[in-house]
Ligand binder design. Structure first.
Ligand SMILES: [Zn+2]
Ligand SMILES: [Zn+2]
Length: 191
């Protein structure tokens, strides 16, 4: 195995190694009508404990058949992908936009076919935060827990990833590095 190839590979569950570009998979609602391909590894795998993620996620879970996106510890599991690595969504006409306030720059998209929360988008950003359960093939381990200061339940969190009361500087740098790699463009995700 060539060394260069090894360095860009990501382990997949079958024990087979994939290149960075081959990693990724399909982002799909539970019924499969809304879907897009995602290329490569996410920029970041983060658990967010902010009040907005929790409030929106718990409201989405009340809809019939909706998969829950807020864990028992109050965290929302998210995979942050470069927008240029998310393909055009099929069934995109079924996506419904939700904003916590009409002027919020953050919107969350839910597939109306099966009430599956799909992703959240900071509209001015270069990344898309996909609810982790939507990409079942993801093998990127959790890297960070953020906004833990917003937690209501104060039970201790696992030590599997560093926790931050607000944002993580390292996570911000990863986002910035990804943006630089994108030539500081903010592509539009199509649906
Ligand atoms: Zn669906
Ligand atoms: Zn959040």
């Amino acid at each position: 195995m060539a060394k260069q190839w090894q360095s860009t590979s990501a382990a997949c569950p079958g024990g087979v190694f994939m290149t960075e570009e081959q990693a990724g998979g399909r982002c799909s609602c539970t019924c499969g009508r809304v879907a897009a391909t995602v290329r490569g590894k996410p920029i970041l795998h983060a658990m967010c404990y902010c009040t907005s993620c929790r409030t929106a996620g718990l409201a989405f879970a009340l809809k019939s058949g909706a998969p829950s996106v807020v864990g028992s510890d109050g965290g929302t599991d998210l995979l942050l992908y470069r927008k240029d690595r998310v393909g055009r969504f099929t069934g995109g006409e079924l996506l419904r936009e939700h904003r916590l306030t009409p002027t919020s720059p953050t919107r969350r998209l839910v597939a109306a076919c099966c009430n599956t929360p799909m992703f959240l988008e900071f509209t001015r950003g270069h990344w898309l935060s996909v609810y982790a359960g939507r990409v079942p093939g993801n093998v990127t381990p959790l890297e960070v827990r953020i906004m833990t200061g917003d937690r209501i339940d104060k039970t201790p969190l696992p030590n599997d990833a560093p926790s931050f009361a607000t944002h993580s500087g390292k996570a911000m740098l990863k986002l910035l590095a990804a943006w630089a790699a994108m030539g500081f463009r903010k592509p539009k995700v199509e649906w």
